[in-house]
Design a protein around this ligand. Structure first.
Ligand SMILES: Nc1ncnc2c1ncn2[C@@H]1O[C@H](COP(=O)(O)OP(=O)(O)OP(=O)(O)O)[C@@H](O)[C@H]1O
Ligand SMILES: [Mg+2]
Length: 237
């Protein structure tokens, strides 16, 4: 069961949004998902409190360096994907979570500040490889992309990353009101009221394509559940 963490040392890069989109879309597609909320600001936990139980999805909160590995070990048998949301930092919990990940997703917006935050995570991954011989696959996922974000700005970031040999996902995450709305009203894109939020269909299409690309990159190691199971949301120490 792949462990996928979302990291960018800069705050506000779009980690939590991308992590929630991936987790809820995978759950919608029938995979059993655990989101591990490693951000002391608890955005995912707050989302879960507003949402109530979501089919196939479990949220683990109040995670520490010592409890993280226990959660991964104990839940491995009944989870298809772990999604870890990290703080916008490069601290010990971020480093530990990255070290335990099968793939690190680095959300990057079309701005130089974000590229710097992403570079700090890339440096950390390079250090782990050099000093500990720990090779952790990773990809950049472009976020908050609008038709207004110039191709020039995106190409500049892609060029910088390509020069460092970094994989960039083919599916960028768009700037969408529906993605923001999830944190206000809870639930998933599939439970949003399409009459109140604009372009929910386009948002679903985008998040679905993102999740499918991740599944192609990292197929689950266990057989998918035929009948989705209902997990209850609970806090774990
Ligand atoms: N694709 C998107 N479309 C619309 N709004 C977005 C999108 N991605 C992020 N946002 C908004 O940008 C802000 C920051 O996003 P988010 O919380 O996901 O970033 P973060 O990297 O997790 O931040 P932090 O480092 O503080 O944890 C939030 O208000 C969120 O709603
Ligand atoms: Mg966050």
């Amino acid at each position: 069961m792949p462990v996928i963490s979302f990291a960018n040392a800069k705050g506000g890069a779009g980690k939590t949004t991308a992590a929630l989109l991936l987790a809820t879309e995978l759950a919608h597609q029938g995979y059993r998902v655990a989101i591990i909320d490693c951000d002391p600001q608890h955005w995912i936990t707050q989302w879960a409190e507003v949402s109530g139980p979501v089919r196939n999805l479990e949220v683990i909160s109040e995670v520490s360096i010592s409890s993280l590995q226990c959660h991964l070990r104990e839940m491995a048998g009944h989870v298809d994907y772990f999604v870890i949301d990290l703080a916008g930092a490069k601290d010990a919990l971020v480093t530990t979570a990255i070290g335990l990940s099968d793939h690190v997703m680095i959300p990057v917006q079309g701005s130089a500040m974000d590229a710097k935050g992403a570079a700090q995570i890339l440096d950390l991954l390079a250090l782990m490889k050099e000093k500990a011989n720990l090779v952790i696959p990773h990809s950049v996922v472009l976020t908050r992309v609008t038709s207004m974000v110039t191709t020039k700005a995106l190409l500049a970031i892609k060029g910088l990353l390509a020069a460092r040999g970094v994989n960039v996902l083919n599916t960028p995450i768009g700037e969408r009101a529906a993605f923001k709305e999830l944190f206000e009203v809870g639930g998933t894109l599939h439970t949003l009221n399409a009459t109140k939020v604009s372009n929910v269909d386009k948002a679903k299409e985008n998040a679905g394509a993102f999740a499918q690309e991740v599944v192609r990159l990292m197929p689950p190691r266990v057989v998918r559940t035929l009948r989705p199971r209902l997990f209850s949301f609970g806090r774990a120490a």
